[in-house]
Design a protein around this ligand. Structure first.
Ligand code: PLP
Length: 409
């Protein structure tokens, strides 16, 4: 058995943009005894989580829950709706959009990748007009799906999904709209039905505050219809059998019982706090974080106004500073994990996660660790970022709401 008790005194600051810290309330729920997944109590649990999860996606249509990481739910979305050789229009917002494209290739699809050269497209959201222009050219309707990432976890940019829907409609194109909100759901406003999304993909380990291990497909009627004719092979991921059995609260295979206890608790917590309050909390913390980065005189990875992610902030390093060395120093000295730069951004930036079960003082501690680490790494900071964030939080502070079941952690 490896020694997992390797952290020094005090709690570890897990400030990566997912997995996010799991509140005690959820950890306790996960520790309930594992029950018979064909017994009566399980059916009750299944029906409850399946009813409540739709409220988070804002959908009245089926949500399929898989015992898999988010990558599995990506594959499920493509394999249920597409056939080998189909063209899909994907948009390069960052590393995760690129990984999804790679998966599409491996599945035998033909992805077209829109975007901008170098890292320019990795600093902005999806440009819906580019999607509209490409769809207008596709008179034969060769493109079967438009695939976009809502909250690009590798960059800290949130895209406008309603604008993508409008672009598809303006072009009069029948392509399905597939959206990855793995790191957006439960932290950033998301509306599966209202935005006309056909498949929404999400995961447990970010805004839902659960450990990794479950993922989701929210599915529209149009996507379900497409799945009846989609020719790509699928078995484990197939929606039809799962949706049929879910009607009674069960799954066709052994579901992730203990993580579903956790999901039930997570959904209670999210609904008790209220989605609008949660979105406002994330937005406020993200603004304070950006105030700190600006006060340091460092660049924020996202350069497009209004598209900054409420979930994480990407911090660019000055020339010659290796972001991973800064992260390593902070980890070793201050017991805090920050997100690494991924893909094209390796070494150029680090990511501060401020999502899920978090609050003002957690952010101030995080920024304190960053500020000390940056100084120790020889980065010349223009000003006091922690003070700037505190000013921002203090100016917008209000008494904390207390929820019926007590403290959230
Ligand atoms: N998409 C996004 C936006 C992500 O942030 C992640 C993981 O962080 C994934 C996809 C892949 O999900 P997983 O690592 O759970 O398989």
């Amino acid at each position: 058995m490896p020694n997992l008790n390797f952290h020094p005194a005090g709690h570890h600051y897990l400030q990566i943009p997912g997995p996010s810290p799991v509140p005690d309330r959820i950890l306790r729920a996960i520790s309930y005894p594992t029950i018979d997944h064909r017994g009566p109590e399980f059916g009750e649990l299944g029906r409850k989580v399946l009813a409540d999860i739709g409220k988070i996606f804002k959908t009245g249509q089926p949500v399929v829950i898989y015992p898999a990481s988010g990558t599995g739910a990506w594959e499920a979305a493509l394999s249920n709706t597409m056939g080998k050789g189909d063209t899909v229009l994907m948009y390069e917002t960052g590393h995760f959009a690129s990984l999804w494209k790679k998966m599409a290739e491996r599945l035998g699809l033909v992805p077209e990748f829109l975007g901008m050269p170098g890292i320019e497209g990795w600093r902005r959201g999806v440009q819906a007009d580019k999607i509209e222009a490409r769809l207008r050219q596709d008179k034969e309707h060769v493109i079967k799906a438009v695939c976009v990432v809502h909250n690009e976890t590798s960059t800290g940019v949130t895209s406008d999904i309603a604008a993508v829907r409008r672009a598809i409609d303006a072009a009069g194109h029948p392509a399905l709209l597939l959206v990855d909100t793995i790191s957006g759901l439960g932290s950033v406003d998301y509306r599966h039905d209202e935005w006309g999304v056909d498949v929404t993909i999400s995961g447990s380990q970010k805004g839902l505050m659960l450990p990794p291990g479950i993922s989701f497909n929210a599915v529209s009627t149009k996507a379900l219809e497409a799945s009846k004719h989609a020719s790509m092979g699928r078995a484990f991921w197939a929606w039809d059998e799962i949706i049929e059995m879910n009607k009674t609260g069960y799954w066709p295979y052994t579901p992730n019982t203990n993580l579903l206890y956790g999901l039930s608790e997570s959904l209670d917590m999210l609904l008790e706090e209220g989605l609008d309050n949660i979105f406002a909390r994330h937005e406020r913390l993200a603004e304070a974080c950006r105030a700190a980065v600006r006060a340091w005189g460092l660049e924020i990875q996202c350069v497009e106004d209004g598209r900054h992610s409420p979930v994480l902030t990407g911090v660019m390093m000055p020339e010659g500073v290796d972001a991973d060395q800064v992260r390593k120093l902070i980890y070793e000295n201050f017991n805090m994990s920050l997100g690494t730069g991924l893909g094209k951004l390796k070494g150029l930036m680090f990511r501060i996660g401020h999502l899920g079960d978090t609050n003002d003082l957690a952010l101030i501690a995080t920024l304190g660790g960053c500020q000390m680490g940056l100084r120790m790494s020889g980065v010349k900071l223009k000003g006091d970022g922690v003070a700037a964030a505190m000013d921002r939080l203090q100016a917008t502070a209000k008494p904390q709401a207390r929820y019926p079941k007590g403290s959230n952690s």
